[in-house]
Every structure is written in structure tokens, then in C-alpha cells.
Design a protein around this ligand. Structure first.
Ligand code: DGJ
Length: 724
């Protein structure tokens, strides 16, 4: 059993793989957080609560006697402001009389064997769920807290559903998905920060008194990822406690760590309450997004494994998650907007028989789009470019045993488009005010059902009328003007959350309605890479930066949370279009083969040697793809701080491993460099093809591989290990 309630002590024990999460109902009916961490026994641990003496804070209303307690000193599962809790709170309501006071107390609970879906939002599947119903003390506002725990992955998920049973509209000024209190104040915080071309860099900083947070105000989940890690100060890649909080959400979010004056650290987050207010009318309900809380006492590696396993098993679109992935040739960096059937066919001809099996036709096939100034929203083929429509190139692919993929940017609209001329008010804007432009385009107001209907119909018609096997769903700008012309004044601050709900509706009606089509997510590179979208997209384009060196950093950071199987990677031409850097062709491929892979270059410009190399590279990718998709990742050298990068990816049964290392710069007469593969079976013998040797796992892990110091910059070293 994963969820246990001790009637006597009124304590809930959530027991997952290698973790316990414990909280209780206290004498007031308040849900008191007690513990999150390595597994512990079912004992009442309230003895450990922190009452280190009286102090001047206010008593919990109704308890003002000699032994009074204060909210400020209680760990909380839901926390509100105004009755003596001076930490950051997770909920703030406003009643019609202007009062913002609320206190939520226990009403009932039930254990559900089937995890309910969150209305309108994606969430993880499976597990065992605890639903706890709370009532606001002085009104008929109810909050249901949901917790799901799993036997086979080290995570707990949470979210909240509010119900307004009063006769008035109650405003949700803040409605976070979770809160909990850590017992100390000396943690580090880990986040994934970045921007276009350099997404998801790891950043670790010590927490200090006050509130630290990561957030987005852009209506999208980038460029800071909706992830916050809380680490013991001495936690490393391999050792120590690591806690992760990752929101299953694609719009403006916040995740906070608040170190108060009580020696504790309160962590919380959810929908960003900056410029947010949700008017919950009488009888209405409101659901928060889900948070995935991971725990590891085996350092960052264990935390990453918890997320990778949980997402592969219980989140990512199950249709394709375990399938071998399309090996793509994408024409974006090859042609940009300048293509026609002949040029595309020429690109295909060169790689025919190489193992590349899918052409993805990128931006520029529709309307009159010859550059990025027009036509988003006009989802019909530009027959001046593609004579005969898409059929010619699709047939050309299919006749050669290749699949065909097509690029869309369903959420956006160009002011220079037929769609905009017909429906100027469909673009997000405030009437009478010049909108902020980005990449010459605007965002459609998909909070409006009629706009969504147009998008669904336009994309689904293309998919129905053409034999399209694959879709790349792009999103090239962030939201501005947090405003919808169709919302009343008092609901304007609901816009960013309504945008997320609109996006999920589009995903349901396009992606779920076309089960035979493989969907890849993209957002001006990897600008919107979050668990909510992974529920729909099997993989996400990791970054527009295809430079092998930069990719080692981007893929290293992304791997903290997201499995390699979700990180789409391409080999491109040199000098690299984003950095101007020249790197060896094999290095680019070796780094791009650490995820579902492809090529993005004009194959006709490849040298004869490169053309031959492609077949070899694809063959070696195919040999190790199952490890990349399903294996356990061990990070060794961190390219943010080292001249080297190294990953070992080990099959679950430890029968095989792919070890890839990368040296940025050759240093004359450098010190010896060894990499130490991790995660192998220490007693097994492994054949290492590249070294023409057989060695024991323990020898490989402890003695390591010495990397030759040949005079090549940006060089990769790959070792494929097979148990004999
Ligand atoms: C941004 C994407 O990341 C690129 O791969 C490409 O699809 C362009 N958009 C097209 O506009």
C-alpha cells in the first residue's frame, strides 16, 4: 500500500519508491506538513515539530490560551495569509467585502485507485491518489488537495481544486499548486535558466533569508524552466539529498523558496500570481496545474532518474514514447524559406539509403511566406513554391520509403495574412493600443473558442487531405498584452491561464485526434519545454543552437529533468549558423545522437566523405537508440565548468551502455584526462568495441577511460559497451 492513514494520530503516510511524505491533521483541523525525504517508519513524528519557545506572533484564531500555537511555526500543506503566517502563502482569496482572510481545515479524505484527470489540464497517469477535502473556516469555499504516489518512481504529484459554494464571487488572487516546509534553512537552490540559443543552463545558488524564486510572466514556460531544485549544501551528482519541483504547466508560473525567521524553508508554486486574478463565481470550480515533486538521496543523478522514469512511464504521450523515432532530414537550416520541389528532392536524393527516413518540411510552405513577415494563419499550400501542392513532395518521400513531416505554428498570426485581414481582433491586443511585435507576428487569442475552432479545422484539414506522418508544432514568440477582447474587465487577469487551457484544448483536438501522426514540439528553439507539453509531444526540439559545443551544455542542463528520449537533436552544417564555430562532423553527430536524432543541412553541400559518414553515423545511432530512449543517464563531466562533457547511458538491465565524451579545446601537453563511466554492473564483463577490449564493470568505473590528447578541438570519444 502506498497511502496509509493512521486514525489515532491522524497522520497520512505517502510511501513511494525510496521516499516518505508525511503530514497530519492537527488539533485545529489544520493540515500540518511533517516530513518529505528518505523512507521512514510509520511513527508519529510530531515530536520533531519546532516549538522552541514562545514568541510574539499571533495565535491561531480560537486558540489564544497559555499554550497557544501560531501558523508561523507550523509546517503547512496549504497556507494562507492574514492570521499570523508571515511566510509566503500558497493561497489568497478575496471576498466581496474585500477581506483576504482564509483558513482551510480538514473535512474528509478518500483514497482513489484511479488517478482522476485534472479538468482541462494535462497530468501524469497511474499511481495511488489521496484526495483530502478542506473547507474554508468562515465561508463555503472548499479546497480538495490531491496527492499521487507511485511504487516504481520516486515522485509525488500534487494539485488543488477549489469550489466556491458561497453565493458571491470569490477572487483567487493566488492559487498555487502546493506548499510544504523543509525543516532547515541551509539549502541550495537549483534552477534551469536560459534564453534563445542557450536554453536550460544549470544554476545553483545558496538560499538565504527572504524569498528566492524562478518565474515566467510571458504566457509560456520558457525561458526559465518551471523547475526548482532544493539541495543539501553538500549534494553532488552522486550523493546527498535532492528535491525537485517541476510544474506540469506551459504558461506564466512561479516557484518559490522562502526562508523565514523560524529556521525553516517553505517551498511552493504554481500559476504565477503576478498579474493574475481569477473570478470564481458562485458554484464554479478552479483547478491548479500539477506539480511533480521528486526526491533522491543519491544526488542529482537520482533526482534525474526519478523524473526520467516518471515522465517516460506516466506522462509522455504513450503512443510513441517506446517506439523507435523518425530519423529526420529537416530543411530549415538547409534552405530557410528558399525551396521548391526540386530543391527538396535534391536534398533527399543525396541521403537516400542512408537510414534517414523522414523529411520534415519546415517553415515557408504556406500562404505567400517567403520570409518571416507574412502568412502565419493561412494554412494552405503556396503552390508557387510547391507546384502541385504537397502531394508531389509527399509522394516523392513515400515512394522512397520515407515519411513526411510538416511544420505549423498554430498559435500565431501574421498581421500580413488573409486570416488577419478577415479577423484582426483574433490577435491578442488591447483595442486602440499598438501591440508589441516580435518576429513580425502576433499570437492568436486562443482563449476564444471560435479562434480555436479555426485553428483546429485548419490544421486537421491539412492532415486529413495530405498524407502527413509527422508534425513539428512551433511557437516563435512570447505573449504580450495580457488581455482578451472577449473577457469582461474583472476577468482580464485570467488571460495567461486561459491561454494555457486554450493550448491544451488545441493539443487534445489536434494531437489526440490524429493518433497516427507523430508530433514534435518546438518554440523558437527550446523556448517552451515543459512536462505539460510532453503529455502531447513525444519529443521537443531542444534548441536552435545546433553547435556541438553549445549543445553539450544545453543537453546537460535539459537532462536534469527531461529524459534524453524527449530531446530532439540535429546535426547541422559548419560554420555553425548560430555560433560560426567549426566542429568535426562526427562530433556534431555524436552529440546529436544523444537524443532522437536528425540532420538539418543542405545534403548537396556535404563533402563526399561526409555523405559516406551519414550512413555510418545513422547505423551507429540505430544500434544504440534503445539505450538512449529507455536507459538510465549518468552525467560525468559538466561542460558548464569543465573543458569536457561526458554522459554514460546504461540499459536498464545493465547489459549495454553508450559512453560519450567531448573535449572542447585541445590543450598542448595537457594533463591526463580520464572519464569514469557510471552505472555499469560492477561484476559483469563488457566488450568495448572501440578499444578492442573486454573489461569488468568495476574496472571500467574505477580506472576509467583515458582520453587521447590528439590535436583536435571539439572532439568526441564514443564507447559502446556490451556485456559478454
Ligand atoms: C524556430 C524553430 O526552432 C526552427 O527550427 C524553425 O522551425 C524556425 N522556427 C522556423 O521559423
Amino acid at each position: 500500500m502506498s497511502i496509509f492513514f493512521d486514525e489515532q494520530s491522524k497522520t497520512f503516510y505517502l510511501e513511494g519508491k525510496n521516499l516518505s511524505y508525511v503530514f497530519g491533521i492537527n488539533k485545529f483541523g489544520f493540515l500540518e506538513h511533517l516530513y518529505f525525504g528518505a523512507p521512514i517508519g510509520r511513527e508519529d513524528i510530531r515530536y520533531a515539530r519546532g516549538y522552541s519557545g514562545r514568541y510574539a506572533n499571533a495565535a491561531i484564531p480560537g486558540s489564544y490560551d497559555d499554550t497557544y500555537e501560531t501558523y508561523d511555526k507550523l509546517g503547512a500543506e496549504i497556507s494562507s495569509y492574514g492570521s499570523g503566517d508571515y511566510h509566503e502563502c500558497s493561497v489568497q482569496l478575496m471576498y466581496e467585502n474585500g477581506s483576504r482572510l482564509s483558513e482551510f481545515f480538514y473535512l474528509s479524505h478518500e483514497i482513489l485507485t484511479e488517478k482522476p484527470r485534472i479538468p482541462g489540464m494535462p497530468s501524469l497517469r497511474g499511481g495511488e491518489t489521496l484526495k483530502i477535502s478542506l473547507k474554508e473556516k468562515n465561508s463555503d469555499v472548499f479546497a480538495d488537495l490531491y496527492y499521487t504516489v507511485y511504487d516504481d518512481v520516486s515522485i509525488v504529484t500534487r494539485h488543488v481544486e477549489f469550489r466556491n459554494a458561497t453565493k458571491e464571487t470569490v477572487k483567487l488572487l493566488r492559487a498555487y499548486s502546493f506548499t510544504l516546509d523543509f525543516p532547515r534553512n541551509d539549502y541550495d537552490m537549483l534552477d534551469l535558466e536560459g534564453a534563445w540559443g542557450r536554453e536550460r543552463r544549470t544554476e545553483r545558488t545558496p538560499l538565504h533569508h527572504g524569498t528566492a524564486f524562478v518565474d515566467s510572466k510571458s504566457g509560456a514556460s520558457g525561458t526559465l524552466n518551471p523547475f526548482l531544485g532544493i539541495l543539501d549544501r553538500d549534494t553532488t551528482e552522486e550523493h546527498g539529498n535532492a528535491y525537485g519541483f517541476n510544474l506540469v504547466y506551459s504558461s506564466s508560473f512561479v516557484l518559490k523558496a522562502d526562508v523565514g525567521t523560524t529556521g525553516t524553508t517553505r517551498v511552493m508554486g504554481g500559476i504565477n500570481d503576478f498579474d493574475f486574478c481569477w473570478a470564481l463565481a458562485a458554484g464554479e470550480e478552479f483547478a491548479t496545474p500539477e506539480v511533480v515533486m521528486a526526491f533522491s538521496n543519491e544526488g542529482l543523478t537520482g533526482m534525474s532518474h526519478a523524473y526520467h522514469d516518471a515522465y517516460r512511464k506516466y506522462l509522455i504521450n504513450p503512443r510513441f514514447v517506446n517506439e523507435s523515432r523518425p530519423i529526420v532530414i529537416n530543411n530549415w537550416e538547409a534552405t530557410y524559406f528558399d525551396f521548391n520541389n526540386e530543391r527538396l528532392m535534391g536534398i533527399i536524393d543525396v541521403i537516400e539509403g542512408s537510414g534517414i527516413n523522414t523529411l520534415v518540411l519546415d517553415d515557408g510552405w504556406f500562404g505567400t511566406r517567403n520570409d518571416d513577415h507574412q502568412s502565419l494563419g493561412d494554412w494552405y499550400v503556396n503552390t508557387n513554391k510547391l507546384e502541385g501542392g504537397l502531394k508531389t513532395i509527399i509522394d516523392y518521400c513515400h515512394e522512397r520509403g520515407m515519411k513526411f513531416g510538416l511544420w505549423f505554428e498554430p498559435e500565431c498570426i501574421s498581421p500580413n495574412s488573409d486570416l488577419y485581414r478577415a479577423h484582426p481582433d483574433w490577435a491578442i491586443h488591447v483595442p486602440g493600443i499598438e501591440p508589441a511585435m516580435s518576429r513580425y507576428q502576433m499570437v492568436l487569442d486562443i482563449t476564444r473558442p471560435e479562434v480555436r475552432d479555426y485553428v483546429v479545422n485548419a490544421v486537421n484539414t491539412m492532415l486529413k487531405e495530405n498524407e502527413i506522418d509527422y508534425v513539428k508544432w512551433d511557437f516563435n514568440r512570447l505573449l504580450t498584452e495580457n488581455y482578451s477582447v472577449k473577457l469582461p474587465r474583472e476577468r482580464q487577469q485570467e488571460m495567461h491561464h486561459r491561454y494555457a487551457l486554450g493550448l491544451y484544448d488545441l493539443c487534445e483536438r489536434i494531437i489526440e485526434a490524429n493518433p497516427h501522426v507523430f508530433f514534435e514540439g518546438c518554440a523558437g528553439g527550446g523556448g517552451r519545454f515543459d512536462p505539460a507539453l510532453l503529455r502531447y509531444f513525444t519529443q521537443v526540439w531542444t534548441s536552435d543552437d545546433t553547435d556541438a559545443y553549445m549543445r553539450t551544455r544545453i543537453q546537460y542542463g535539459t537532462s536534469m529533468i527531461y529524459p534524453l528520449s524527449a530531446q530532439s537533436c540535429h546535426t547541422s552544417i559548419c560554420p555553425n549558423h548560430q555560433t560560426g564555430r567549426i566542429t568535426p562532423f562526427d562530433s556534431r553527430a555524436d552529440i546529436a545522437h544523444l537524443g532522437p536524432t536528425g540532420y538539418e543541412l543542405d545534403t548537396k553541400q556535404m563533402t563526399e566523405e561526409e555523405k559516406k559518414a551519414v550512413s555510418r553515423q545513422v547505423a551507429s545511432y540505430k544500434e544504440t537508440e534503445h539505450i538512449i530512449l529507455h536507459g538510465d543517464l549518468y552525467r560525468m563531466d559538466d561542460p558548464h565548468v569543465s573543458n569536457y562533457f561526458a554522459f554514460s547511458v546504461v540499459a536498464k538491465d545493465k547489459s549495454e551502455a553508450l559512453v560519450t565524451a567531448f573535449r572542447a579545446l585541445c590543450i598542448c601537453n595537457d594533463e591526463n584526462k580520464r572519464i569514469y563511466p557510471r552505472g555499469l554492473d560492477k561484476d559483469a564483463r563488457y566488450e568495448i568495441r572501440e578499444l578492442d577490449m573486454t573489461l569488468t564493470g568495476s574496472t571500467i568505473m574505477n580506472v576509467g577511460f583515458l582520453l587521447p590528447n590528439d590535436m583536435v578541438d571539439f572532439k568526441t570519444f564514443v564507447f559502446h559497451l556490451k556485456r559478454v
